[in-house]
Design a protein around this ligand. Sequence first.
Ligand code: NAD
Ligand code: UDP
Length: 370
Amino acid sequence: MTENTPSVLLTGGAGYIGSHTFVALAEAGYQPVILDDFSNSHPAVLERLAQLTGRRVPCEKGNVLDTAFVAEVLQRHRCVAAVHFAGVKAVGESVQQPLMYYRNNVSGLLSLLEAMAGTTACRSVVFSSSATVYGNPASVPIDEGFPCAPESPYAQSKLMCENILASLRASDPSWRTGVLRYFNPVGAHPTGLIGEDPSGIPNNLMPFVTQVAVGKRARLQVFGSDYPTPDGTGVRDYLHVSDLADGHVAAVQALLAKGESFTVNLGTGQGTSVLGVVRAFERASGRPIPFEFAPRRAGDVAQYFADVSLARGVLGWRATRGIEEMCRDSWHWQQRNPDGYRTQTSDTAMHMPAPVRNSPNGPMRPVVSA
Ligand code: NAD
Ligand code: UDP
């Protein structure tokens, strides 16, 4: 890494997808810079990232809603692009707390864009959108031309963000925006050093299954057994988080190569049922996953998977890891870190990060030097 290594801001970079993208960008020759308020992440991730990449992990603790702070960070690190992960993401919670969702997700993006527009020449931004913008699709596979019909405040907030980016592009063509509609990210880095660390009872299938496998939960409830799918259980397009991280590298590279703006699905294009995940996980872990059938979960759709041809054409990206690898890496992460980042293992206990300076707005010095 040199003075001239291009820096890329990762808002929410300490989180699940952001941390894997940190590694992928570092491997691709960028200097990622994390901006995170740690509202849904643990500072121990910083030391894990230092171990994985063998380099310092610049981290600015603060809130993306603080535009002056974001602008100062962008300027000080001379960022050439930003990837916006920061936000809140639980569909059910968004129904209960819509204002919190619109504030964080919509105002968060506005704040980042205002910081970029006001103080820097940086006009390239990658945005974490979601397949939930499609709502309940009429058919599968889902391509980017499908109508958007979000069914929750969370999904609405993502579509609003996409529309804000479209308006900005229309107002000033120097903006280059990459909208990535993720399907179901799962898995973890193959080293087991970083992974998904949900607080409380997991809402999502894979972290719940891993907690059953490790004995933290007695059994999985399979929500619905009478869907019009091959085995009656819900089908989703699970995507390894390392493939997703590589998709972000491809997106940053495409924008910086001064290509066109784009909106693409990131998925594998393959659907797997709940029972398919259970079986794959049993094979990967060698452990039985006890389960029982339960009623359908409100708001769930029967099946959901992506048409991924546009991502392949525009980004030259495609997923390379299958469901077995996703299960294997989820299991490895869970085994190595039964309590997530709070786990003290022999190889991580010695490397806890320097304490995070507890200023509401930062800026902080880089907290970890490898
Ligand atoms: P995550 O919660 O693990 O990461 C988000 C990070 O943002 C956390 O580290 C959190 O502390 C930080 N953050 C939240 N609000 C912030 C704020 N106001 N200021 C600064 N930092 C803030 O979530 P993730 O799974 O990594 O998701 C990242 C993005 O991808 C989110 O925008 C999410 O909506 C989107 N997404 C996720 C999924 C998924 O299944 N994980 C699917 C589709 C889209
Ligand atoms: N699911 C399940 N039990 C759980 C969690 C999820 O049967 O404890 C099912 C859910 O009904 C859906 C699939 O697993 O068919 C994926 O759910 P997840 O919440 O992971 O993703 P999403 O529904 O948001 O796509």
